[in-house]
Each structure stands twice: as C-alpha cells, then as structure tokens.
Design a protein around this ligand. Structure first.
Ligand code: HEC
Length: 172
C-alpha cells in the first residue's frame, strides 16, 4: 500500500476535472490507475487482473477547487481466492502523509468490509465505479447507504476515516 502511495502520481490519471465525492467524505477526487489496470479500465474488459491498482486522491472542497490534501483510497486486485465472494479486492485508506489508516479485504468482519459492500453495486465493472473518469465503465447509480461511515451525510461519525478534515472536531 505504501508502495502505491509513493508511485501513484506517476500513474495514468483518468480525470482532468475533480469529481465531487459525497461517498468519500464530500471531497473532490482524482483517480489514478497503474499499468496493470489500464487494459481493463480503458477497454471495459473486466475483471481486472491480479496486481491492478486504482488510487483515489481526495482534497478538501474549497468552493469547487481542490484545497488541502485529504485521504488516499486504494483498491488492489489480489490473487484469485483472496476474497472470492467480493471479487478479490484489497482496500486501504492512507492519510495525506501516507500513514495507513485502514487496510483489509472486503470480507465480513474486516474493517474495510464497508468499502466492498458499497463497491459491490458496481459489479458490472468488477466493483469499480469510475464516475467522472475516462475509464470505460457502465455508469452505476448509488442507492442510499446509511452504513457508510464515509458518507457526507454522516460527517460526525466518531472516527470518520474518510473525512479530509473532520468538520465536527472541536475548533482549536
Ligand atoms: C457508499 C459507497 C462507497 C463506499 C462506502 C466506498 N466507496 Fe469508493 N467509490 C464510490 C464511488 C461512487 C466511487 C466513484 C467516484 C466517486 O464518486 O468518488 C468510488 C471510487 C473509489 C475508487 C476509485 C475507483 C472507482 O471505483 O472509481 C477507489 C480506489 C475507492 N473508491 C476506494 C474505496 C475504499 C478504500 C473504500 C473504503 C475505505 C471505499 N472506496 C468506500 C463509492 C463508495
């Protein structure tokens, strides 16, 4: 995960304009994909191969412009059988400084199970939404996800791992 964090800026960036992401702490996001993820993403041929990595970089929404750096979200395709019920993705969240805040599979009981629960609605694209990117995906509509600790509507969740800046923390 840290390797991905160090390298992703050199990967292919699949959107020029930031995408407003209510599901990821109401941030502005950009998506980057590594070489192994490119054929699937660009031709719409799924599933992604083992070793494909997608990284989403989030920024505080500063009146429509990317402000301070927020969390970095990672999806990494693992070997067949890693988490067969959830398309074998590994998930991670890193802080703007690269510290790992969350890491795990999509399996029930894993701290990142909620990632896969929501990404499952993008099953048509092997769990990848691709909203606002140049990736060749079938657009997926999101249903309400009250369980999502990252949701914009739940910015005060005790420890919202996805908030770029927790709007509910006491002012200093
Ligand atoms: C409630 C739904 C939801 C949850 C929970 C969620 N995501 Fe996402 N994710 C999305 C949507 C929708 C997108 C498409 C871009 C956007 O709107 O942010 C996305 C995009 C991504 C992408 C870029 C690839 C793609 O699918 O377009 C990564 C990487 C990612 N999420 C990682 C994570 C991780 C890691 C977690 C858990 C910590 C997580 N997501 C939790 C909905 C969700």
């Amino acid at each position: 995960m840290q390797a991905a964090f160090k390298q992703f800026k050199k990967w292919k960036k699949v959107n020029d304009q930031p995408v407003k992401s209510e599901t990821h702490g109401n941030t502005l996001v950009f998506t980057y994909i590594n070489k192994k993820a490119q054929p699937s993403a660009q031709n719409g041929t799924f599933p992604f191969p083992n070793g494909a990595v997608l990284v989403k970089e989030a920024f505080v929404d500063n009146g429509g412009k990317p402000g301070a750096k927020g969390s970095v979200f990672v999806m990494e395709k693992r070997k067949k059988g890693y988490d067969a019920a959830n398309a074998d993705w590994h998930y991670a969240v890193l802080g703007a400084d690269g510290t790992v805040q969350m890491t795990g599979s999509g399996k029930q009981g894993s701290s990142t199970a909620f990632c896969s629960q929501c990404h499952k609605s993008a099953k048509a694209n092997d769990y990848v939404f691709g909203s606002g990117t140049t990736m060749k995906v079938t657009p997926v509509k999101l249903g309400a996800a009250p369980q999502n600790p990252c949701a914009a509507k739940n910015p005060c969740a005790a420890k919202n791992p996805c908030a770029a800046k927790n709007p509910c923390s006491p002012k200093k």
